[in-house]
Design a binder for this molecule. Structure first.
Ligand code: SF4
Length: 152
């Protein structure tokens, strides 16, 4: 079951996006709409830090055995992209997920670095959603949680 914040980002299971019918659209990545807990519809930059992954989940395009091209943003690239798009009024926040590189802690440390740089170095007060990876140490999860809620 997807968490609440993610359910609105992906199209309902079994429904196709039909050009010219209905209202709005969602895509797998890029700038996507999501609903905040208070009911506002916001535009988020929804990207992966990387699509490299050490795991091989059968349903996932980023799985280790997939033959897709691999890429990885640096922390600074994600920060710059987020701030640039925010200043141009294209997004209200960042929805950052990632494949798992080396270990849960290694990957989470990079995700936390993105949030820290945005929040503490640039004073960014927009929405930030980060992936929580099973197996991450309690210390890093505390830091991640603080970056999302405690320092706003
Ligand atoms: S990115 Fe997540 S879902 Fe995809 S293969 Fe890696 S661990 Fe599995």
């Amino acid at each position: 079951m997807l968490p609440n914040t993610m359910r609105h980002v992906f199209p309902p299971v079994g429904k196709k996006r039909t050009a010219g019918k209905g209202i709005g659209s969602v895509t797998g990545q890029g700038i996507c709409h999501a609903f905040t807990p208070d009911g506002r519809c916001v535009s988020l930059l929804k990207i992966l830090l990387t699509n490299f992954c050490i795991y091989d989940c059968a349903y996932c395009v980023s799985r280790r055995s997939s033959n897709v091209r691999r890429a990885r943003f640096s922390v600074d690239e994600v920060v710059r992209l987020t701030l640039d798009l925010y200043r141009r009024n294209c997004i209200e926040g960042l929805f950052l997920s990632s494949g798992i590189v080396q270990s849960a802690d290694e990957t989470t440390a990079d995700l936390v670095r993105v949030a820290k740089t945005l929040r503490l170095d640039h004073g960014f007060r927009g929405y930030v959603h980060l992936k929580m990876i099973p197996g991450t140490s309690a210390e890093l999860l505390d830091e991640l949680g603080f970056m999302l809620t405690g320092c706003q």
